[in-house]
Design a protein around this ligand. Structure first.
Ligand code: 4GT
Length: 226
């Protein structure tokens, strides 16, 4: 998969130089390119903000640099994502669907966002990571990219996805590591019993308990697709 990220702040993607994502880039499984929108500004001072028609507080991103930056990376197989608080709310299923694309382009907004015609011309999918407003689209883009890459074959070890939260519509069961007794608290006996059927049963029960407590909406909403 190839991912192009259009941003006024390419340095904010430094976390992608770390760990699993950098390993996947080195292995050639994924290719991530950072494109500085300001490099495309035709303004003599490289300005990338402009005033909104109709007035009101704040600025929008200038149309021309975003349009030209997009044109420079667009192919027939590109899907363009605009992270925005006005988008549909992101989840595990959308991450899984996005992971099926061969080319994703993320447009990171700043100021008050972008001109609506850009969203229409490039058929952008607007995605929100939750009901709150941030100063830029970079952090949401990182959240979306990190989570969808986990579904791209070869990024994680085989089997890592099968038991995690949301994979079966439930939250993940509690996990324990050494020592078996810690601060007077023991690891549940079933987990050291060696009885794999009983362990599976206990984990399922605990998953349901935790989901009821923290996310009852997941139980009411019915079964998920993944
Ligand atoms: C929140 C979200 C997001 C922002 C979210 C355009 C200019 C949007 C600033 C940007 N805030 N983007 N994607 N909840 N702010 O996903």
């Amino acid at each position: 998969m190839r991912i192009d990220i259009l941003t006024l702040f390419p340095e904010s993607f430094a976390p992608f130089k770390e760990s699993i994502i950098s390993r996947a880039q080195k292995a050639g499984t994924i290719e991530i390119n950072l494109i500085n929108i300001r490099d495309f500004s035709c303004d003599k001072h490289k300005r990338c903000d402009d005033t909104p028609f109709g007035g009101g507080a704040g600025m929008l991103m200038s149309v021309q640099p975003v349009f030209d930056a997009l044109k420079s990376v667009l192919t027939k197989n590109s899907k363009v994502i605009f992270p925005s608080p006005a988008g549909k709310v992101y989840n595990h299923q959308i991450a899984h669907q996005l992971a099926q694309n061969e080319h994703l382009i993320f447009v990171c907004g700043h100021y008050e966002g972008i001109d609506q015609r850009l969203i229409e011309i490039f058929d952008m999918e607007e995605i929100s990571i939750g009901d709150y407003v941030l100063t830029g689209g970079e952090i949401p883009a990182m959240v979306i990219i990190d989570s969808l890459l986990r579904f791209v074959p070869g990024v994680l070890k085989e089997g890592s996805l099968t038991e995690e939260s949301f994979s079966n519509g439930l939250l993940e069961y509690p996990q324990y590591t050494r020592p078996q007794s810690f601060e007077g608290l023991d690891v549940p006996a079933v987990l050291v019993s060696g009885n794999h059927a009983e362990i599976a049963k206990w984990r399922k029960q605990e998953s349901i308990k935790k989901t009821k407590k923290n996310r009852p909406d997941l139980l009411e909403g019915g079964k998920s697709e993944n």
